[in-house]
Design a protein around this ligand. Structure first.
Ligand code: PLP
Length: 384
């Protein structure tokens, strides 16, 4: 329980006010998902991608939970300061930084044992200079662009750079990685490009360390992508990368979080009234409208006003308007809902409010929960 005390405390003072949204996380559900992903990957080690603040769910909090998961071999992030924040929060699993870093943080990153990625010639020079000042060898990951076209060393140049890295006395390659695209035929081509480089390294006697390529989609779609480890993000949070994937039945995941917000205003609006700046929602029959203190600026998807539902008590109600800081819910002509009642906007409790159910109702993709603001408080439960 140690690491969770801080967030419990933060929540206790917050909970009494009930004026803001919050996120609840289930430790048991996260551990279940980690174990399931390990099965999906035929037992290969799982590197949990907790970038973008763990898709808005709290990188430190999810990282603390996964720190106890036997299936999780390590954590990967994209931002330097988040890697350090996780270490400062007591996370001990290996951490890989898949992005750039601020030179001023290099000491801190290395003293916190965070593996840096070489993703360009410039980043190689930068890391080489830092390594020259350190007593111990610096472990690096060779990040190769095999065709995603976004990050990494172009695959045509990676073999030669691997040789240069290997010849610098202060650096050791402990990981070699790339990221696959979704179309299977091109992903296969990417794997071939990747393996050509690792074979070249083998031939030259250069260790490539742990090799990994597979985000959630490839992990499911292409077993050849598993290599030495897999690197899922969204699966950890209980969502499949696409709706209705057959693997969802074979390896059921749990939705490990709830997004909640209290009702802060309740008014009966009359026929002809409207809600929102653009008068988006028109009241056609007198009805009770609840206001929740959460909007798109908090990361709640604004598409919710096009058909999403929230759970209040044991009933689902439609979202009829989303502004920057508020969302409105239609409760109908009569209601027993009161100010202070708590709505669940996303969670495991009903099919309509799971991330996938939400995505279907608003005709959007499964990554819609990617944006929750870091300022939304998190509360960790042992189980839901
Ligand atoms: C986001 C990301 C992942 C994980 O993607 P999911 O689709 O969420 O599984 C893996 N690797 C890299 C480099 C990424 O940027």
């Amino acid at each position: 329980m140690g690491p969770f005390n801080a967030s419990h405390k933060a929540y206790a003072s917050y909970g009494s006010q009930k004026s803001k949204p919050w996120i609840e996380l289930s430790k048991a559900a996260y551990l279940h998902n980690a174990a399931q992903i390990s099965k999906m990957a035929n037992g290969k080690p799982v590197l949990a991608v907790l970038k973008n603040n763990a898709y808005g769910l709290g990188d430190v909090q999810v990282g603390q939970i996964l720190n106890d998961a036997p299936a999780i071999a390590g954590i990967a992030v994209v931002k330097d300061d988040r890697a350090i924040a996780m270490r400062s929060a007591g996370i001990t699993k290996p951490i890989l930084l898949m992005g750039d870093f601020d030179g001023a943080l290099s000491e801190s990153l290395l003293s916190h044992n965070i593996t840096l990625s070489i993703y360009s010639r410039d980043s190689f020079e930068k890391i080489k200079q830092i390594a020259a000042t350190r007593a111990e060898n610096v472990n690096v990951a060779l990040y190769i662009d095999t065709g995603l076209g976004r990050m990494g060393l172009p695959y045509q140049e990676a073999g030669k750079l691997a040789e240069e890295i290997a010849s610098s006395a202060d650096l050791s390659i402990t990981q070699t990685f790339s990221t696959l695209t979704t179309p299977q035929d091109f992903a296969r081509e990417q794997i071939a490009r990747f393996e050509e480089i690792t074979k070249h390294m083998d031939k030259k006697g250069i260790p490539s360390g742990t090799r990994h390529l597979a985000p959630s989609y490839s992990l499911l779609d292409l077993p050849a992508s598993h290599q030495d480890a897999v690197r899922p993000g969204i699966l950890i949070h209980g969502s499949f990368p696409l709706a209705d994937m057959p693997e969802a039945k074979q390896y059921p995941l749990e939705i490990p979080y709830r997004l909640k917000a209290p009702v802060i205003r309740l008014e009966k609006l009359s026929t002809g009234d409207t809600i929102g700046f653009s008068r988006f929602y028109k009241v056609t029959k007198d009805e009770w409208i609840a206001t929740l203190p959460i909007g798109w600026a908090d990361g709640y998807n604004s598409g919710a006003e096009n058909g999403a539902k929230v759970l209040l008590g044991d009933q689902l109600f439609p979202v009829v308007n989303v502004n920057a800081s508020h969302a409105n819910i239609s409760l109908g002509e009569k209601t027993s809902v009161k100010v202070g009642d708590v709505a669940t906007l996303i969670g495991p409790d009903r099919a309509e409010i799971t991330p996938e159910g939400f995505g279907k109702l608003v005709k959007g993709h499964n990554y819609l929960q990617i944006n929750y603001k870091e300022s939304i408080p998190k509360q960790i439960y042992e189980t839901f």
